[in-house]
Design a binder for this molecule. Structure first.
Ligand SMILES: [Fe+2]
Ligand SMILES: [Fe+2]
Length: 188
């Protein structure tokens, strides 16, 4: 008979998320750099700081359970990141690049929300309120990030539609001030 129990499952998924958060720490700086929209870049950079804190909070949960922090390869996050990277390459220089970045980031957030939601539930069932409190705190930040990304998705689309409506006029106005902006506008 398989003797694995709910505590094993919690430890397994904890190790999965520990791996995922560490992968995100590596990937997010590149994603932030690729974003055109300033608010989007700032949101990703803010979430990068939170991601570092999440990894540390998970280390605390391992210790709370009397275990050494251990990462388990998370195929899901690697897949989401790989697909996001491919899409970013395909849309490089396009006006839809920020939408691509937001979609990939939301896929990551939803994966995190699902797993932290399960971890929270299991910690409560195992009567471990301190681990539950950590998972809940992280879960709240992941949900806030997801909400922020939805708002940004609308803003980004709105602004790119406004730019399209303004056409070349906008590019000419910006020419004397900022050549990098012009380069972006004309590449669209
Ligand atoms: Fe996270
Ligand atoms: Fe996240």
């Amino acid at each position: 008979m398989n003797t694995k129990n709910l505590r094993d499952l919690l430890l397994d998924q904890l190790a999965d998320m520990y791996y995922a958060e560490k992968q995100l720490l590596k990937a997010l700086p590149k994603v932030a750099k690729a974003a055109n929209h300033e608010g989007l870049r700032a949101a990703i950079e803010d979430h990068l700081d939170e991601t570092g804190a999440h990894a540390q909070m998970l280390e605390g949960v391992f210790r709370n359970l009397g275990e050494t922090p251990k990462a388990k390869k998370c195929h899901a996050i690697l897949g989401i990141l790989k697909e996001g990277e491919e899409m970013m390459d395909e849309y490089k220089g396009s006006p839809a690049l920020d939408a691509v970045i937001i979609a990939a980031a939301q896929k990551v957030e939803h994966y995190e929300i699902t797993t932290y939601g399960c971890l929270l539930e299991w910690a409560m069932q195992l009567d471990n309120p301190s681990a539950a409190a950590v998972f809940e705190a992280i879960l709240d930040q992941e949900k806030e990030t997801d909400t922020e990304l939805t708002k940004l998705a609308r803003e980004v689309m709105h602004e790119s539609a406004a730019e399209d409506a303004a056409g070349g006029t906008m590019a000419v106005e910006e020419e004397s001030e900022d050549h990098s902006t012009l380069a972006l506008s004309t590449s669209r």
